[in-house]
Design a protein around this ligand. Sequence first.
Ligand code: AOF
Ligand code: ZN
Length: 402
Amino acid sequence: MAASLTTADLAHLRRALELAELGRGRVSPNPLVGAVVVRDGEVIGEGYHAELGELHAERAALKDCAERGEDPRGATMYVTLEPCAHTGRQPPCVEAILEAGIGRVVIGSDDPSEKASGRGPRMLRDGGVEVELAAGEEATAARLLNQPFRKHARTGQPLVTLKMAMTLDGRTTIPEGDSPWISGPESRDLVHRWRAESDAIAVGIGTVLADDPLLTARRPARSSFAPQSGSNLDRGAEGRQPLRVVFDRQARLPLDSQLLRTLDASPVLVVVSQAADQGRLAALRDAGAEILLAEEIDGALTDLSRRSLTSLFLEGGRTLASAFLASGAIDEARTFIAPVILGQIASRAGGGAGGTTPEEASATAGGGGSPAPTGPARQVALSREVEEIGNDVLITARFKEW
Ligand code: AOF
Ligand code: ZN
């Protein structure tokens, strides 16, 4: 089936993948999707899913054909995700493809959601359209593009990405009085971009008590971060803001913390346990925080997913990370290694790098009021990539693929 794809087919599919990328940070909980329409070797229309609730990629590409005065009858459509057959925020793409008389559809990846799962491709075939599913590199790229969407569809939980920054001697915390940063400015810009692309960011209460972080996505001035003009990342100084989540079993989040003082920038959800004091919970609610009661990380993740959050970006500290690891809940790790040696026992927690304090050890959802679970938590990555970001090295390791 996929063996019949030519070099030209694969090039058009890669173009569709590039187009899909343009929707990043703007369409969740929906997938990133791109489409290209080609007739007689010539591209006659391109489209992508640009904004949640707006045209799907396939319809956007057909609209582009119409705007260019091109007739898609008999043409091939390359689309990164199987076309939908259901009516949701948008009418089914399958209908539009059949109406347009597209002769062949080349699909980058399946759609594992219940309402899809092969229905669209079957309807296209029944309608006389030739349908081919890609394999190999392009298919892998199409699946990797939508890991949050795919995990959410398959498991009812968000994709969890753990971010860390460490020195050459393996330190993740910085001594008092030193510069608070481990990683360099380019890496920190990238972290802000990742925040803007995530549905939620989580930290442990220890990190909040130590650092009083804002956890918003701030748009850096540097050119390494250049959102498309017109994208919502371009809106004013701040872009799309993820939900801020604090794992705080005992509800100790200070009422005067930066998090609670910036609720107009983005909401704060505090994950507490039964052990939390009712008075504290009432005070947090009065201050505008949302409260989520969850004894286990698993339960917290399922609840976040029910709120249509498909990705959770974990930013410190080590205890929260350990609790997630022990629950087998980490899908991907992004670790910066900075060309710095601290060479001493660190005492300052956090500092943007994610730290651990004694308080935190008893304050994460997985901690149970005692130190985080230990035991055999070793996981070996399925794949990893290494890049240079400024003076730092970034290792992206994938533990699960959805
Ligand atoms: C998208 N964009 O380009 C394609 C999608 O809520 P709706 O009506 O927009 O439908 C979303 C579902 O449609 C999504 O979960 C996926 O299964 C399918 N395809 N979605 O948002 C697109 N092609
Ligand atoms: Zn669709």
